[in-house]
Design a binder for this molecule. Structure first.
Ligand code: CAO
Length: 589
């Protein structure tokens, strides 16, 4: 059975423009899938299918002016097709909910089943049914209240406007930060209920003083969102009048009349200095979050894919971002296209709430070492597919041997810890598994195997983590390695390491053994391809076939770049390393 999907009640608007076609003939759709997006001068609205089915025909094109009742698509109902292949009567289906402004409570709660009606020419039907779950973008006038004079500017509180039947809505985007200059049409916050998403614009010119909500917050009508310091010269005339009337020293917190500022669908604000990495990298004009022109479905898709819409160029009319733009953006990133170096920029940003709202806080600047370390760790974590292989090695004999050398170590003036043995064993294992002592050159599609063995050693210092390098570790004996561990750790803690001490590592060891723990995921010190984490040795009962006997077990956590090594290779490396540590006489072979 073919069903016609029509433009629903569009309230006061006489005609609206089709700004996006989201499906093509042959597409399978479910009732919530958006078929087209229409836009008036006040709002954009998504018209969903309203039924499960297959798109037979789209009867409008982008740019068409359409009126209520106009047929926009014909769908073959899936259920009916399955049940009765012969049925071919057309029916009218109203496909979307109109703007919240025009919805009655009953309409907002409209039932899921689409209304069927006899086939009709493209004339407005007497009444259209509302499909449920229709997501729409509504740009209402935010509620505003004047609260005080501040210096030369006046302070305005922007609150959640009338949200109809919805009890609570969730803040899904905060597009401004304190200090941002905004104009009337700039979106401050986007909220979403289970039925609709709504952009809340500034309606005034000014500077954002405080943002009172964070993404994920539940808000209700009247919740304070943003405090604006108005720009006197450019303030909206009507809003200014309201502000003027209500600002008085006697009653600074008296609520002002609701703003009547007319919202528009697309921001025309000047670019802000808040440039996105992506646009910066492309040398394009900076785009700020408030300038993003996209409907709720596109915003939802972008959120799901972790795409910053400010980085996406819109191909729709007047630069509107459509779903295909978001998909192309992701494809280009995945294929290493434009902007792939800035891949971290595509990650959804973590926005910090104002923690002082919950209690006392202190801001402590990161040390230079910690800040650089954080960057390196992040770069490695997001670029390298990390896998960590855990193992436990019986080092009872190694420990007995180490203790037997205690006096000799003292006479030599060194502290002999398990680390020197571990480094020595790593060198031997790296010689047996050259791919672990390598770097990957993805551009050439090659391993760079290194015939030298420089072992980076993570050292915990007050200023942060540093990784000095023991050069030619394979050629050094246990005493020499022990000495070098001590010297480099002291230099690191005294901040006396030179560039030479930090360069050229081929593999790293991070020992948390003295601190504790049963295992962890060390982050690879790129461009190396693997790192060994060492946790605290413990005496454990070990079943020898007839009895439990106490054995000292050393946990190893070997993180590797899965592009360079597969799981079997990594497993074999760790196993080989374990054999060496289990019986250190093997190091002499
Ligand atoms: N299990 C149990 N005890 C261990 C151990 C282990 N795996 N490794 C070392 N110990 C013992 C040592 O034997 C020593 O004890 P004794 O004094 O009784 O002999 C004690 O712990 C202290 O050792 P240490 O830390 O001074 O010396 P080290 O050679 O083991 O390590 C260094 C040197 C510089 C690596 C270490 O001090 C350090 O800074 N580790 C932190 C590394 C780090 O922060 N890694 C995390 C980076 S994120 O991946």
């Amino acid at each position: 059975m073919i069903q016609e999907i029509r433009i629903p009640d569009i309230g006061d608007a006489e005609a609206v423009e089709v700004v996006e076609i989201c499906v093509a003939p042959g597409d399978q759709v479910t009732q919530d899938d958006v078929l087209i997006v229409i836009e008036s001068d006040k709002a954009s609205m998504e018209v969903p299918a309203g039924i499960d089915g297959v798109v037979e025909e789209i009867t409008v094109a982008v740019g068409d002016e359409v009126q209520e009742g106009k047929v926009i698509a014909r769908l073959a109902s899936k259920a009916d097709a399955d049940a009765d292949a012969d049925a071919d009567a057309d029916a009218d289906v109203a496909g979307a909910s109109p703007t919240d402004e025009n919805l009655s409570a009953a309409e907002r709660e409209a039932p899921a089943a689409p209304e069927e009606a006899p086939a009709a020419p493209e004339e407005p039907p007497a009444a259209t049914e509302q499909a449920p779950g229709a997501s729409q973008q509504e740009i209402p006038a935010a509620q505003t209240e004047t609260v005080a004079n501040a210096g030369d500017g006046r302070i305005l509180e922007i609150r959640v406007p009338d949200i109809g039947e919805a009890q609570n809505v969730v803040v899904i985007e905060v597009t401004v930060a304190p200090g941002d200059q905004v104009t009337e049409t700039d979106v401050l916050v986007v909220v979403e209920s289970d039925k609709a998403s709504m952009e809340i614009p500034a309606n005034h010119r000014g500077a954002v003083q405080t943002v009172h909500v964070a993404e994920g917050d539940e808000v209700d009508e009247g919740t304070l969102l943003v405090t604006l310091e108005l720009t006197e010269a450019h303030g909206h005339v009507e809003a200014e009048a309201a502000v003027e009337a209500k600002t008085s020293p006697q009653a600074p917190a008296e609520p002002a009349a609701q703003s009547t500022a007319e919202p528009v669908a697309q921001s025309t604000a000047e670019p802000s200095p808040g440039v996105t990495q992506e646009n910066e990298a492309r040398g394009q004009a900076p785009k700020k979050a408030t300038e993003v022109y996209a409907g709720p479905a596109v915003r939802r898709l972008a959120r799901e894919l972790g795409v910053q819409l400010a980085d996406v160029n819109g191909s729709g009319s007047r630069g509107r971002i459509v779903k295909d733009d978001v998909k192309s953006f992701v494809k280009s990133r995945l294929s290493g296209g434009q902007g792939s170096e800035a891949s971290a920029g595509a990650l959804p940003a973590i926005t910090l709430p104002d923690f002082s709202r919950y209690g006392e806080i202190e801001i402590v600047p990161l040390s230079r070492i910690r800040a650089r370390g954080a960057e390196n760790l992040h770069r490695s974590w997001v670029n390298l597919p990390h896998v960590t292989q855990h193992d436990e090695v019986d080092v009872t004999d190694l420990e007995a041997f180490r203790r037997s050398l205690k006096d000799e170590a003292e006479s030599r003036g060194v502290k002999l810890t398990p680390l020197a043995f571990i480094i020595k064993a790593c060198c031997r294992a790296l010689q047996a598994f050259p791919a672990v002592n390598a770097s990957l050159d993805m551009a050439q599609g090659a391993y760079i195997l290194k015939r030298y063995y420089r072992i980076g050693m993570a050292v915990d210092t007050e200023e942060g983590l540093v990784v000095p390098v023991i050069r030619d570790a394979d050629r050094k004996g246990i005493w020499e390695l022990s000495e070098e561990v001590i010297v480099l750790a002291e230099k690191a803690r005294a901040q006396k390491l030179g560039m030479n001490d930090l360069q050229g590592g081929t593999f790293s060891v991070s020992s948390l053994g003295a601190i504790g723990g049963t295992g962890f995921t060390p982050i690879i010190n790129a461009p190396e391809v693997a790192i060994l984490g060492v946790s605290a040795m413990r005496t454990k009962p070990f079943w020898n076939g007839s009895d439990f006997e106490p054995r000292q077990m050393l946990p190893l956590s070997f993180s590797y770049d899965h592009r360079a090594l597969n799981g079997a290779e990594a497993g074999r490396f760790v196993s080989y390393l374990g054999d060496l540590l289990r019986d250190v006489r093997r190091l002499a072979l």
